[in-house]
Design a binder for this molecule. Structure first.
Ligand code: GLN
Length: 479
């Protein structure tokens, strides 16, 4: 098997036995990227020389010793550019390491490359990147999902072993589904957000992309945990997630929310997800129907809360403190105005305007406050559902990957791509998307497994049981 197709445990085994050296791993990854990335365009920035130097001092005895990891362009890695795929951060170099990066370094990982994304993680197709879109490795005319299309495409196309990402409304799970990889969004507060460029602070959470559930579990063990520099990170012990993966689903109750099988869902997606539910029944799980009655409000609530938070978070990009600065300003206001007008793309501007509007006096109660109340109702739906079951099974995305350009003129259609993932962020719970088959046109389909707060252990065990019984995760795109 090619080195770039190995899973982390397989790679670790070869590294620790001396069968392969860390530098060779970096070389092979760089060669794979050179061969396929001109078509896929998953990476924004690759510094193979820096990775080679890190490989030469890698310690194979550490848990990730010599393992290269790709990172989303919103997470600060000291000395590297961190543009959030935005022109406004052109030229910005991160002055410090995010906590997750420090943890990966401690575990011996080699930080390798920054992947493409929608500008400031706003989007569902990676078409909002200032540096051009990423292509889906399963069909280069289609989008890889978003906002983390670059990471999903890199992992699916074996241009990266694993990648770190953020999920605010589905950015890990939706592209994982559309590219056939495993995308894990942990419980809000599980992983430190220190050093992450904020989009919507009450929704953002760092998670992982990988080829298998076991890798997701191993990575989560490393990046999770309390951090005094992020006051929303929670002081709670981190379980050994990988240890309980093999326990199967016998005796577990798995809920199927009826609101997630709606008109408009692609029939092939529904069929694959229903087949997965049957497979769980066959493995001894008890399948129960549950209801999440406020599901229909999730997209609307999200686009009020996320835009409100984004409008506040993005105020700091003013041409004074970070990155780009407009040339020859007349005065300070002209500097702010022109820097922001030139630096932000159309979708980011739309969200700043929407967010400013819903927070403005007179509209605050009608929109923002009301959205916060409905958010509580959505979270409560999940609390009630988890009284009846241990995890939920749903489709991750209502459709397979759509064509590049198909939804760019219609923001509402684009927003609906996250209809099944957004509520999980609003409720602060955890979710994972795993491969669950392909359409007749060989486009990937994802199954979403949702767990309650701090329910990662059981959720990953449920994911692993299906993955191990099916061949989907072993398939590789025809690149
Ligand atoms: N697609 C959603 C949005 O555009 C979610 C993105 C994300 O999770 N970062 O906001």
């Amino acid at each position: 098997m090619e080195t770039t197709s190995l899973t982390i445990p397989e790679l670790r085994q070869k590294l620790s036995s001396g069968a392969i050296r860390p530098r060779e791993v970096v070389d092979q990854l760089a060669a794979r990227i050179a061969a396929v990335d001109p078509k896929v365009k998953a990476y924004l920035h690759v510094d193979a020389e820096k990775a080679r130097a890190a490989a030469d001092s890698a310690n194979p005895a550490l848990p990730l010793g010599g393992v290269p990891i790709a990172v989303k362009d919103v997470i600060n890695v000291k000395g590297d550019p961190c543009t959030c795929a935005s022109k406004i951060l052109e030229g910005y170099v991160a002055p410090y390491d995010a906590t997750v990066i420090a943890k990966l370094r401690e575990a011996g990982a080699i930080l390798f490359g920054r992947t493409n994304m929608d500008e400031f993680a706003m989007g569902s197709s990676t078409e909002n990147s200032s540096w051009g879109p990423t292509h889906n490795p399963w069909d280069l005319d289609r989008i890889p999902g978003g906002s983390s299309g670059g990471s999903a495409a890199a992992v699916a196309g074996h241009e990266a072993f694993v990648a770190l990402w953020t999920d605010t409304g589905g950015s890990i799970r939706q592209p994982a589904a559309l590219c056939s990889c495993v995308g894990l969004k942990p419980t809000y507060g599980r992983v430190s957000r220190y050093g992450l460029t904020a989009f919507a602070s009450s929704l953002d959470q760092i998670g992982t992309f990988s080829k298998t559930v076991e890798e997701a579990a191993l990575l989560l063990e490393i990046i999770a945990g309390h951090d005094t520099r992020d006051n929303t990170s929670v002081n709670r012990s981190v379980p050994k997630y990988a240890a309980s993966l093999g326990m199967g689903v016998k005796g577990l109750r798995l809920g199927v929310p009826k609101e997630y099988f709606i008109a408009g869902i692609d029939p092939e997606v529904e069929k694959a997800v229903r087949a997965a539910i049957d497979a769980y029944r066959g493995q001894g799980a008890e399948i129960v129907e549950v209801s999440l009655p406020h599901t229909q409000y999730a997209v609307a609530v999200y686009y009020i809360i996320a835009t409100a938070e984004a409008s506040a978070n993005l105020a700091r990009f003013d041409g004074v403190r970070y990155g780009r600065r407009a040339k020859n300003p007349k005065d300070i206001l002209d500097l702010y105005r022109r820097t922001r007008a030139e630096g932000f793309g159309a979708e980011v501007k739309r969200r700043i305007i929407l967010g400013t509007y819903v927070l403005s006096s007179g509209y605050y109660d009608a929109y923002y406050n009301r959205a916060q109340k409905v958010r509580h109702l959505i979270a409560d739906d999940f609390r009630q559902a988890f009284k009846k079951c241990d995890a939920l099974l749903t489709p991750t995305s209502p459709t397979p990957a759509f064509k590049l350009g198909e939804r760019t003129q219609d923001p509402l259609q684009m927003y609906l791509a996250d209809i099944f993932t957004i509520a999980v962020n609003l409720a602060g719970i955890c979710g994972v998307s795993i491969p669950c088959g392909f359409t007749s046109g060989k486009l990937p389909i994802g199954l979403q497994i949702i767990g309650p707060k701090w329910g990662e252990e059981t959720m990953l065990r449920v994911a692993h049981a299906y993955e191990q019984a099916t061949p989907w995760h072993k398939e590789k795109p025809p690149l």
